[in-house]
Design a binder for this molecule. Structure first.
Ligand SMILES: NC(=O)c1ccc[n+]([C@@H]2O[C@H](COP(=O)([O-])OP(=O)(O)OC[C@H]3O[C@@H](n4cnc5c(N)ncnc54)[C@H](O)[C@@H]3O)[C@@H](O)[C@H]2O)c1
Ligand SMILES: O=C(O)[C@H](O)COP(=O)(O)O
Length: 530
């Protein structure tokens, strides 16, 4: 069998390929070469990117086999997460891989602005020896305003504390107590702008934060303000910054990120009082190795059909080892449920009973939904788009947990209401040391049968000799019955039989059985392996 294709679309650490291992056909493409990218995506199961490759709707649609987009870094501005989710493609990133490197670069920019290191270096290399021109300032006892006290903002605060600076922060989502623990005082944005000698920005780019620093903000700042942005281009309005720097409204700026990258013919590069770096925040050996290894692991998990802790568009969470075996069982029960339903479903209860109900079992809900849709929609179904498919069909989905299970240690049930008012249910469990997957209930009938590939479910009126009648039909068609369970509520009443057969029923067999036993229900339910 051909190995799945993993496409590397940007330069990544060699550790990435090593961590992917030998199980993939690893190919490379320049992600900024659009036609080449679209062509290469056609066969890719996974694509690994940084910030330069645009994985928009068109690119995602070109990836007909695509199961995972892995961003070796933090920012996902270049990935259309909504389009990926709709297409059932998992998006993963490496959220902590480069935070130390980005924080250190921000501190480097702050020191560059305080001590003119880049300018002095350039001047000396031009044969000059200018000491008074490059007289700087200390960070000691200066007020440094940190905008965004998240992962990177926190690391910056911790590092700057060592300089004896007075740290203030603006972050509406951080509590004053948390900030206090870091030795940082929380203030309003206006207070931060008015009081700061340095400002360093560490927030995501959102409609709310785009242009957060513009002419009005620079008007409130000290003329000695030095501002650093190592987060995302556009949070500082570039035109307003040019104006503020060229008129000396503020003293200096350090930028690692730009509205357009690379920023072609930006007037900012003509200014003396600005230090520019080409989006280098994550460009260290350590960050690249961490990011590459992290996404390689995520790709392996994703292509193995596992949930991935760093997936951004899957609500699975960390899976407990005792919950894990329930995932494939639940997917199969989902397929059985759809086979039984045979009509539009309006509500689904996913019920988890027994010891595991006390753990985080959200993943079992995803597994059930994935199973339910696997054989009923034409698109490929994954943990990513299964909840969306339910939502699009107006199906009300509930996860019900109960730590008490009367008969089985753990019991997983999918119970659904159909739009015609009827109810369908199927329950399963895992038994013995081998953890055999069994169906133990169908539509209220108790059965106990190992799950197989092909099942026949029959409902008919209980009467003597009926097993011989349908047994004869299967025998004459050359179909081996591997397992059988008969369940009934009362002698002579309605009975339900489940058979497992070794190969699919040939054309005509089910009709023959139906008329031979006068079955009310006769269905073949096949399980598709994930
Ligand atoms: N230059 C680089 O190479 C590089 C590397 C890594 C990350 N980044 C960027 O750095 C930024 C910060 O990354 P992080 O990992 O610390 O993110 P994070 O999510 O951990 O922290 C962001 C913080 O910003 C706060 N925030 C959100 N909206 C805000 C607003 N309107 N005003 C003030 N605070 C607000 C949040 O509460 C949060 O605490 C992101 O934009 C990220 O893409 C850049
Ligand atoms: O979001 C990130 O991780 C950083 O901005 C780094 O981007 P890069 O991987 O393109 O350097």
């Amino acid at each position: 069998m051909a190995k799945p294709v993993v496409l590397i679309a940007e330069e990544l650490s060699p550790a990435t390929v090593e961590a992917l291992g030998p199980d993939f056909d690893i190919r490379s493409v320049d992600g900024t070469d659009r036609p080449a990218l679209l062509a290469a995506l056609a066969e890719a199961s996974a694509v690994l990117i940084r910030s330069a490759t645009k994985m928009d709707e068109e690119a995602i649609a070109a990836g007909k086999q695509l199961k995972v987009i892995a961003r070796a870094g933090v920012g996902l501005d270049n990935v259309d997460i909504k389009a990926a989710t709709t297409a059932g493609v998992m998006v993963v990133n490496a959220p902590t891989s480069n935070v130390i490197s980005a924080a250190e670069l921000a501190v480097g920019h702050i020191l560059s602005l305080a001590r003119f290191i880049p300018e002095a270096n350039q001047s000396m290399k031009a044969g000059e020896w200018k000491r008074s021109k490059y007289t700087g300032i200390e960070l000691f006892e200066k007020t440094i305003g940190i905008v965004g006290l998240g992962r990177i903002g926190t690391l910056v605060a911790q590092r700057l504390a060592g300089f004896g600076a007075n740290l203030i922060a603006y972050d509406p989502y951080v509590t004053p107590t948390r900030a206090q623990q870091l030795g940082v005082q929380v203030v309003s944005l206006d207070e931060l702008i008015e009081q700061s000698d340095f400002i360093t920005i560490h927030i995501p780019k959102t409609p709310e934060t785009t242009g957060l620093f513009g002419a009005a903000e620079f008007a409130k700042a000290k003329p000695t303000l030095r501002i650093v942005n190592c987060s995302r281009g556009g949070i500082i309005d570039e035109e307003a910054l040019f104006e503020a720097l060229s008129t000396k409204r503020i003293a200096a700026a350090g930028l690692d990120v730009f509205v357009n990258e690379p920023p072609k013919d930006s007037p900012l590069s003509t200014l003396e009082n600005i230090v520019l770096t080409p989006h280098l925040g994550a460009s260290t050996d350590e960050a690249q190795e961490k990011a590459g290894v992290s996404v390689a692991k995520s790709v392996r998990l994703a292509l193995d059909g596992e949930l991935v802790p760093d997936a951004v568009n899957v609500a699975g969470g960390v899976i407990d080892e005792t919950v894990r075996p329930g995932i494939p069982l639940m997917e199969k029960l989902g397929q059985v449920f759809s086979g039984l339903a045979q009509g539009p479903v309006s509500s689904v209860d996913i019920e988890i009973r027994g010891e595991i109900a006390e753990l985080d079992v959200k993943v079992l809900k995803l597994a059930a939904l994935k199973g339910i849709f696997t054989n009923v929609v034409s698109e490929s179904v994954s943990y990513v788009n299964a909840p969306l498919l339910a939502e699009q069909r107006g199906i009300e989905v509930r996860l019900v947990t109960d730590a008490v299970s009367d008969e089985y240690r753990n019991l997983l049930t999918i119970r659904g209401g159909l739009t015609d008012g009827t109810q369908v249910s199927v329950s399963g469990t895992l038994t013995g040391t081998k953890q055999v997957e069994k169906i133990v209930e169908i539509n209220g009938y108790d059965v106990e049968l190992p799950i197989a590939k092909h099942h026949i479910v029959m409902v008919y009126t209980d009467r003597p000799g009926i097993v011989a009648v349908f047994g004869k039909e299967f025998g004459e068609a050359g179909i081996n019955i591997a397992g059988m369970q008969i369940s009934r509520r009362a002698a002579g009443g309605q009975a339900l039989s489940v058979l497992t057969i070794d190969s699919p029923a040939p054309d005509g067999l089910l009709e023959a059985v139906r008329s031979a036993i006068d079955a009310e229900v006769l269905q073949e339910i096949d399980i598709t392996e994930a």
